[in-house]
Design a protein around this ligand. Sequence first.
Ligand code: CAA
Ligand code: NAD
Length: 285
Amino acid sequence: MTIHRIGIVGGGLMGSGIAEVSAKAGLDVTIREIDDATVVAARSKIEKSTGRAVDKGKLEPEAREELLERITYTTALADLADRQLVVEAITENEPLKLEIFKTLDDVIEDENAILASNTSSIPITRLAKATGRPESVVGLHFFNPVPVMGLVELISTVLSSPETEARAEKFACDQLGKTVIHAKDRAGFIVNMLLVPYLLEAIRLYENGVATADDIDTGMRLGANHPMGPLTLADFVGLDTTKAVADVLYDEFKQSQYAPPPLLVRMVEAGLLGRKSGRGFYEYQ
Ligand code: CAA
Ligand code: NAD
């Protein structure tokens, strides 16, 4: 069954991107944010990103207007009641996500609706167990920036039904045009199990004074052909999110390579969250 109505909870870096690609694919999109200020911020991210697509000749101005008209903003979770799929994309914080899944279970009317999380690391089974319909819960893990990155990780739990998994895959592949890979429900899934220890190792190199941030990043850009060096990428992902993912991985595996380095912890405590706060390993305008 084709998905026509999608709800996104959280219109930050990821939620705004998921909303944009969904609206571009013709879906009716409702985004739930916390308050008026965060609604304005979510709207402005989507306007900026689609404006840039028009400037680059990738989107017609009329198509952009139609795309923007397909997106509605709300601060009430109850406004997602008629959605066929909801993707939760709020801050990487388990208690907050559990609360959202519990409430979604109460408000979503369609018993066949899919409840998905875009979490980078938190085991989906825990979110599923916060609902009375764990068979309908999966992880749909998009990558940043969503309009550019071709991948979605699909995480099913031992409780997800094959129908939910198949419908979620069809949505990501056929409707959004993403490539789907499948992972079992282990913290970090596939990509972040590999990517996050690499980012943490780069922070340790920097923290230990082995090299400057610039040289570490240039090393991986020119020496390994990565589009961004690891410290630029950590700033891009968000240092709060990077630390939160490291915490979840460390909690699951108890291995030192996942422990967030003290410098990362201090930077997050200081409010240096990377690009989104204007300063991380680098400064941004
Ligand atoms: N939204 C939409 N399009 C964007 C964009 C955005 N936010 N940022 C860049 N683009 C598009 C540009 O329009 C441009 O498109 P064209 O080539 O068609 O003109 C293209 O991407 C390249 O952009 P730029 O030339 O401006 O910049 P760039 O060459 O430096 O590329 C980048 C930017 C695509 C972000 C590239 O640096 C990159 O791929 N970086 C690595 C990203 C990455 O690793 N993401 C994964 C993060 S980890 C994650 O997501 C998982 C998690 O759980 C933490
Ligand atoms: P972000 O900080 O940019 O955005 C989070 C948004 O959630 C904010 O706009 C915030 O106002 C909103 N929010 C918080 N609590 C809410 C609530 N109760 N209801 C509605 N909105 C709420 O974070 P992000 O980078 O977009 O990350 C979101 C999720 O996506 C996290 O689980 C993260 O791990 C995951 N993720 C992040 C990346 C990345 O590169 N940043 C990549 C893939 C997945």
